[in-house]
Ligand binder design. Structure first.
Ligand code: ASP
Length: 331
């Protein structure tokens, strides 16, 4: 090998580094669109939160175009895997919820590694859940629902967004606390499940308050309880008992949501996205929209990559034994 052929790979690597740095410094380019991959159907609570965040982050990035790609299916693992395998250039990001910590225990063969395949960008909001039922259900209160469930063992359907989704976790907890087994009906997200619940094709569902409130207000579904330790302040749900008040001891569920990039995204790009995320969570418009849905905006160490990752890893550990004990798996 002569001098010039030995020198060539180093020269090429340096040119590449210079190009990558220039590209990273230039981020976000006004000629490119940032895509938030959303692993559930359009119109559901995760979709709603992603769209609210996209709007506020776009503002924080000087009008940068941000679009949503609803890559739904397989409990959210399809969209999540799409981002794990995407170019690490900051233009394809994942917006997802608690499933980032729970799918790993539900799936025997998850096609990505939650710890190693993502850059953590920050959590943005926390949502309570709400147990709701079809409008024709012969129960109006939680006490009546418990009596009805016990009298109809083996006949009850409960909708969810697939094993490991928020609605599934909440529904599983409800069944085990009540000691009544129900038939789980999985959808690509709780938006299509909500349509079937309103139509009476399924009996029950647990969903985030950000999308249940409008349906309760419109009298399209019945509401039985919320999953927070204390009652919510939302005008529509303020008289709704908590699961604990309704006698379901230790029943609390809160769903958190955040943003991720593929592993290997340049540090300067990650910093810019994180800065925009932190501006967005202080945007009065973003806060107003979350609070109107009974959710709260996260404003603590979990807005930063290290705090976000540490929290998700602690949630993986928290949910693993609960899911294992339930013995529900997906392939
Ligand atoms: N709420 C859903 C869940 O149960 C997901 C969604 O459609 O946003 O995980």
């Amino acid at each position: 090998m002569n001098m010039s052929s030995r020198f060539f790979p180093f020269a090429l690597a340096s040119v590449l580094m210079v190009c990558l740095n220039a590209f990273a410094q230039d981020y976000p380019s006004s000629h490119k669109t940032i895509t938030f991959v959303l692993p559930y159907a359009a119109g559901g609570p995760t979709d709603k939160a992603a769209r609210d965040l996209a709007q506020s982050m776009s503002k924080a990035m000087g009008g940068q175009s941000i679009v949503i790609d609803n890559a739904a299916g397989a409990s959210g693992s399809i969209g999540t895997n799409k981002v794990a395998k995407a170019s690490a250039d900051g233009y394809t990001l994942l917006f997802t919820h608690i499933a980032q910590a729970t799918l790993v225990s539900f799936f025997r063969n998850l096609p990505y590694n939650v710890e190693k395949d993502f850059e953590y960008l920050g959590l943005v909001s926390e949502n309570p859940m709400n147990l709701i039922g079809r409008p024709s259900l012969q129960a109006n209160t939680m006490a009546e629902l418990v009596t009805w469930a016990q009298a109809n063992k083996g006949k009850i359907n409960i909708a969810n967004a697939g094993p490991g989704s928020a609605s599934h976790l909440c529904g599983m907890l409800f069944q085990s606390t009540l000691k009544v087994d129900m038939t789980s009906v999985p959808y690509k997200g709780t938006a299509p499940a909500m349509t079937d619940l309103i139509g009476g094709q399924v009996d029950l569902m647990c969903d985030q308050t950000t999308t249940t409130i409008a349906q309760i207000e419109g009298k399209k579904v019945k509401s039985f309880a919320v999953t927070t330790p204390s009652r919510l302040t939302s005008p529509v749900l303020k008289d709704m008992p908590t699961m604990q008040e309704a006698g379901l001891k230790d029943f609390t569920v809160t769903i958190w949501q955040g943003l991720y990039a593929p592993k290997g995204t340049p540090a300067v790009v990650l910093k810019k996205i994180n800065e925009a995320l932190k501006t967005a969570v202080k945007d009065p418009e973003f806060i107003r929209k979350q609070e109107a849905g009974g959710a709260s905006v996260i404003n603590d160490a979990r807005n930063d990559p290290a705090g976000h990752k540490a929290f998700v890893m602690s949630e993986v550990v928290k949910w693993a034994p609960i899911i294992k004990a339930a013995g529900v798996y997906a392939d």
